[in-house]
Design a protein around this ligand. Structure first.
Ligand SMILES: Cc1cc2nc3c(=O)[nH]c(=O)nc-3n(C[C@H](O)[C@H](O)[C@H](O)COP(=O)(O)OP(=O)(O)OC[C@H]3O[C@@H](n4cnc5c(N)ncnc54)[C@H](O)[C@@H]3O)c2cc1C
Length: 486
């Protein structure tokens, strides 16, 4: 029996489902406002997909399912505002995807969790080029910046949000906000999902029966709970993509200085094996609590689990480092060449003070040059002519391998993604369907997939949502054909 949806014909665009159970709860039909109006031609006997979460993965997946199977009822339940992370992402510009990874193996290497599994079909089914085509086909002009990051030409994430919301509305996806899916179960007798939906007000509970369930709940605890209720396990969630806290008052005085290209290497106290990705090259930024910038964020992603395992929060109090960061400020210059450059500078600027001039080849600002001299206990008032060979050696060494004790995460809640979630071994990446529970699908950050910065996290959401939506749509088409044949 497929009857789940009754009708859509109310003006609020609400979606009155058959209530299944109201024991102990006040009987209520769905009454919250929905920002997407309902299609008028929905009839009884049609299947229903419920999507938990109106983020990138959920909305994209819902649109895809509805596009493939227009007869399918598609309802997205969002506890807060839809696409809220899209709005704030990329500094309000939304770094939609990455345009510099045509090879799926290279692409997969950008995922500390998922690098092995994502080398398969995942990005072939819907990769960055497909995402870019999708948005441009739907009227969003995109541009690829030199580092591969793709943004809307408008430089505002609203372009992406407006596009997705319009397309959801056009295809007939229904969205209900301010409601939380708190429970999901199946029974032996039916393959349907019984879904419990609550509002923050205690007495509002409703139950919906769905034929397909897509969990696209990002890193929310409720989403992980739903997955476990349906038989899945969860890889412990830990923060990824965060800045490093470094206790160095003089470094803090350099706050705001950007180094366009440094080579950073993270040595973790509790890690014996060698992880090549714990060495990164890229821009770095000094903040008032430590170090940030793409190179640091990438290190934090590759070392996320080990940094968490080192219990950095606790060790901070013991003044023990979670790891040591070695920064090469002049990665394109060999140490011997650095020494030669300094010696040449000494000859040319013999009468200048050590502090007042530094080799232009190093491209470093005076504030940082002072930091270097101070760290090596060198007197800035000394004339270059009197700078000893030992001093030159120590400056060259510090520029090539400057150690910083990493005390842990930056003091703000600045992590961009969560590592951990539903293990990839429990789903099929060709379809995003659970291997444990038929008709249950996952997409986005709820899975144990996370990428480095550069648009890779949204790409995971688009790819997963699209693949899940495609397969739900196909299954719904097959089901309706079978029903017609009966
Ligand atoms: C500040 C910031 C900037 C970022 N910038 C970028 C960037 O530029 N590029 C990039 O690739 N990535 C970026 N990311 C990461 C990116 O935002 C996420 O990887 C992406 O949003 C994941 O999409 P998702 O749909 O899986 O999850 P989410 O976007 O988190 O969406 C999940 C949704 O589900 C809802 N939800 C959860 N549980 C329930 C429930 N039980 N019932 C109802 N609703 C529920 C949540 O409210 C949420 O809206 C950024 C992240 C942050 C925090």
């Amino acid at each position: 029996m497929m009857l789940t949806v009754r009708s859509y014909n109310n003006t609020l665009g609400c979606f009155p489902f058959r209530n299944l159970c109201h024991k102990g709860c006040r009987r209520k039909f769905i009454t919250s406002s929905s920002t997407i109006s309902a299609p008028k031609n929905q009839t009884d006997g049609q299947e229903l997909l419920v999507v938990v979460g109106g983020g990138a993965a959920g909305i994209y997946g819902a649109i895809r399912a509805k596009t493939i199977a227009p007869h399918l009822g598609v309802l997205v339940i969002e506890k807060a505002k839809p696409l809220s992370k899209v709005k704030i992402s990329g500094g309000g510009r939304c770094n939609v995807t990455n345009g510099h990874c045509p090879d799926k193996r290279v692409l997969a290497n950008n995922y500390p969790r998922g690098s092995r599994e994502l080398r398969g079909s995942f990005f072939n089914l819907h990769g960055p080029t497909d995402t870019m085509s999708w948005f441009s086909d739907h009227g969003v002009q995109l541009k690829t910046e030199d580092d591969g990051r793709v943004f809307p030409v408008s430089n505002t994430s609203s372009s992406i949000i407006d596009c997705l919301m319009l397309e959801a509305k056009r295809t007939g996806v229904l969205l209900q906000t301010g409601k939380v899916v708190t429970n999901a179960s199946t029974t032996n007798t039916s393959r349907k999902f019984q879904i419990k939906i609550q509002k923050r007000t205690i007495d509002f509970v409703e139950y919906v029966e769905a034929d397909y369930l897509m969990i696209a709940s990002g890193s929310s605890l409720q989403g992980y709970n739903l997955a476990t209720q349906l038989g899945h396990s969860i890889v412990d969630p830990v923060p990824s993509l965060f800045t490093f806290k470094i206790e160095d008052k003089q470094l803090a005085e350099l706050s705001g200085i950007t180094f366009p290209k440094v080579k950073v290497k993270l040595k973790l106290e509790n890690l014996r094996r060698n992880i090549p990705e714990l060495t990164q090259v890229g821009p770095m930024l000094v903040t008032h609590w430590g170090l940030s910038g793409p190179a640091i964020l990438r290190l934090s992603a590759w070392g996320a689990r080990e940094l968490f395992g080192s219990d950095y929060q606790g060790k901070m109090f013991l003044h023990v480092n979670a790891g040591t960061l070695f920064v090469d400020f002049i990665p394109d210059t060999h140490i011997e060449d650095a020494k030669s450059i300094l010696i040449k500078h000494k000859d040319h600027f013999a009468k200048q003070k050590f502090l007042n001039s530094s080799p232009s080849e190093f491209g470093i600002v005076k504030r940082f040059w002072k930091y270097v001299l101070d760290r090596e206990n060198l007197d800035g008032d000394t004339l270059w002519a009197s700078v000893s060979n030992n001093a030159i050696m120590s400056v060259a060494s510090l520029l090539k391998q400057c150690p910083f004790g990493v005390k842990g995460k930056g003091q703000f809640k600045d992590e961009f993604v969560t590592a951990g979630g539903v293990p990839l071994s429990e789903i099929s990446l060709n379809t995003m369907e659970s291997k444990i529970q038929p008709h249950l699908f996952f997409a986005g950050e709820v899975l144990n997939i996370d990428g480095v910065t550069g648009g890779f996290n949204f790409q995971n959401a688009w790819s997963g949502g699209y693949i899940a939506g495609t397969h739900i749509g196909k299954q719904a088409l097959d089901a309706s054909q079978m029903q017609e044949a009966m």
